[in-house]
Design a protein around this ligand. Structure first.
Ligand code: ATP
Ligand code: MG
Length: 243
């Protein structure tokens, strides 16, 4: 039991949740390590959404709302952390939600799908094929899933697949706390923020974005700006950490 007045309560509570989902087989053991890398970058960001991350989330909402076939690709960590948040974003954008796992087994696929459905998410099910050109199991997709998307949101993505999706001509929106990762650099747009803050920020923006503002945000999109802004935030905090 974590005391609610512990200064690191939120972080410890999330860790406890992730450990529980790992025991349940929703999160892979490797997913716990990936979570730890995310935590380290979040510490450097100050565990808050920066101005530039909020602007990136607003741009993400514009891309999703303007899409012909928006898709949200969900892995085990994202499902464990943000099931409800994904439901709300799906409602706001009418996106298709597809489960996509690096450590893929039929049992895990089923567990992640049921967890999302328990939160009210409509999950794409049925036959899948290896339709995305990567040499690992993130290559599986339904015909109406990632492979059919024109805009795809990939929280906690793998660099290989992010690159492959861009090569297939898709607009790829990544959520990744590490602005240096291959995913963050390959994506069309990267939101450098924690997934449980970034997804609600996209949903909120989708609820109050005019068509005109959306078009302007898309025409101004420059991912290097968002990555550099995140690096600048982290660098400033490191430089003045002991002030
Ligand atoms: P890449 O494959 O893009 O080069 P990587 O191999 O370093 O990246 P992965 O293990 O593929 O990283 O994925 C984990 C990524 O997800 C890390 O970059 C980590 O910072 C990020 N991450 C982990 N947890 C969260 C979270 N809760 N919110 C946002 N990002 C997160
Ligand atoms: Mg990787």
């Amino acid at each position: 039991m974590i005391p609610p007045d512990h200064p690191r309560y939120r972080s410890l509570e999330v860790r406890e949740r992730m450990a529980w989902f790992a025991r349940e087989g929703v999160v892979s053991p490797e997913g716990l390590a990936a979570h730890g890398r995310g935590e380290a970058f979040d510490y450097l960001l100050g565990e808050r959404s920066t101005e530039s991350a909020l602007l990136a989330a607003r741009t993400a909402a514009a891309l999703l709302l303007s899409a012909r076939h928006p898709v949200i690709s969900v892995n085990g960590n994202t499902a464990a952390l943000a099931g409800r948040e994904i439901r709300d974003l799906q409602k706001a954008t009418r996106a298709v939600v597809e489960v996509n796992l690096f450590h893929r087994t039929p049992e895990r696929l089923d567990k992640v799908t049921r967890l999302l459905e328990g939160h009210g998410v409509a999950v794409l099910e049925g036959e899948e094929e290896r339709l995305i050109p990567v040499s690992h199991d993130r290559g599986w997709s339904h015909r109406d899933g990632a492979v059919a998307a024109d805009v795809i949101l990939v929280p906690l993505e793998d660099g290989d697949r992010a690159e492959a999706l861009v090569t297939l001509g898709k607009k790829v929106i990544a959520i990744d706390l590490n602005p240096l990762s291959r995913t963050a650099r390959a994506a069309t747009l990267t939101i450098v923020d924690e997934v449980t803050r970034a997804i609600p920020a996209i949903t909120r923006a989708a609820g109050n974005l005019s068509r005109g503002e959306g078009e302007k945000l898309i025409s101004q999109l420059n991912n290097s700006y968002f990555l550099q802004a995140a690096l600048d935030e982290m660098a400033a905090r490191l430089t003045h950490a002991l002030d």
